[in-house]
Design a protein around this ligand. Structure first.
Ligand code: MG
Length: 387
């Protein structure tokens, strides 16, 4: 029986993780559930999975939950609730589906405890990949990626020597604006940018799939997970999202992992690794799709993508700054305050203004705060009417 902690339980990854648990309830026991504010969703989960502890980040939401909790369930409340939950629970594996840099400190706790971190919160590695990977090496913790591309690479690399990798080819769907001309992309509406053709995800990552900023984050995540230099990381646009990524070895062999776009598959893999357990998910039927296509990414129409390689080369606080600026810019776009094309401009300009190194988690979160403030100022200057 695997004891499972779920961070971000009411979000897209959290709900799909509980689907995986439902498919094999004898294998997993949910000991902790953490959410930001979705009290109704969390309460349903508490009744179904009977965890020992829950966490709610928004204090007002926590107060609405308190009276409804079954007796004996401990409640952690406030901005540090997820960190407290990760510290207090006894678990073997934590699935981390929190969105954004808010996921960094909970990751640090799981790794400090030497547990398995099934990581969907790519921002943990984008912001603080250096110190978090060093921490995992010290404590013997392992990071198993849940991000579908990184799960694919992880699977392709099983039993392989990283020195024998010529390059990793990350696939990108290209997002909903893939075939649009530059001027139309820059003026894309919120609805157009949110209309992802293949994956159902939260709004931040969906906008990131439209700008290709999500793929920039994934380049940085890949660099930290597998210690890959930017020269060994390639991106190819693959609109069908069937090939989740590929690894080319020094002998010219290319190994790929394929499947339908369903996050429950990489979640299931992460929960059972190193085993490959039976699951109810369907495979990829080669006869159902006559053509899988691949094309070069267009860095002129999607300038955010190039920032991924830039950040890996610059190192230090560059990942923290990129991520914070993007979170702030996407927030401003979703509030209708800036244009779609402004998002990558704001992120690039915030990176240009970056000062100083960043090695420890605390320094990187400090750089995050400064970059967030800088990006908000740039958005304010662009906004037709100030908030
Ligand atoms: Mg991904």
């Amino acid at each position: 029986m695997q004891r499972l902690l779920l961070l971000g339980s009411t979000g897209s990854i959290g709900r799909q993780t509980l689907d995986v648990v439902r498919a094999n309830p004898a294998r997993h026991r949910v000991v902790g559930l953490g959410a930001r504010q979705d009290v109704a969703g969390l309460l349903d989960q508490v009744r179904e999975f009977a965890p020992e502890r829950v966490a709610v980040c928004e204090p007002e939401a926590a107060e609405r939950l308190r009276g409804h909790l079954p007796p004996g369930v401990a409640l952690h409340v406030g901005p540090s609730a997820l960190v407290e939950l990760a510290e207090a629970c006894e678990y073997d594996l934590a699935v981390h589906g929190v969105v954004g840099a808010a996921g960094v400190l909970p990751s640090e706790v799981v790794l400090a405890k030497g547990r398995v971190l099934a990581l969907a919160n790519k921002e943990s590695l984008v912001v603080a990949g250096g110190p978090l990977c060093a921490l995992a090496r010290r404590t013997g913790a392992s990071i198993v990626p849940v991000d579908s591309e990184h799960s694919a690479v992880f699977q392709c690399l099983r039993g392989e020597d990283l020195r024998r990798v010529r390059k990793v080819i990350l696939t990108a769907s290209g997002g909903p604006l893939r075939a649009w001309p530059l001027e139309r992309i820059r003026a894309a509406s919120i609805d157009e940018a949110l209309a992802h053709p293949n994956w159902k995800m939260g709004p931040r990552i969906t906008i990131g799939s439209a700008t290709l900023m999500n793929k920039a984050l994934e380049i940085i995540e890949l660099h930290h997970l597998f210690d890959l230099e930017p020269e060994r990381i390639e991106v190819v646009v693959h609109p069908q999202s069937i090939v989740h990524s590929m690894v080319e070895f020094v002998d010219g062999s290319v190994v790929a992992q394929l499947g339908p776009p369903d996050m429950r598959v990489p979640i299931h893999y992460a929960l059972h690794h190193p085993d490959r357990a039976a699951g109810p998910w369907r495979g990829f039927d080669v006869r159902s799709m006559a053509h899988l296509t691949f094309e070069e990414p267009d860095l002129e129409r999607f300038p955010a993508l190039a920032l991924g390689w830039r950040v890996v080369r610059e190192g230090g606080s560059a990942g923290a700054v990129l991520n914070a600026a993007d979170e702030a810019a996407v927030e401003a776009f979703l509030a209708g305050r800036i244009a779609f094309g402004d998002i990558s401009d704001i992120v690039a300009r915030t990176l240009d203004a970056r000062r100083g190194p960043g090695d420890a988690v605390g320094e990187l979160l400090e750089a995050d705060q400064q970059a967030r403030a800088h990006a908000r100022q740039l958005a304010d200057a662009l906004a037709p009417e100030k908030a």
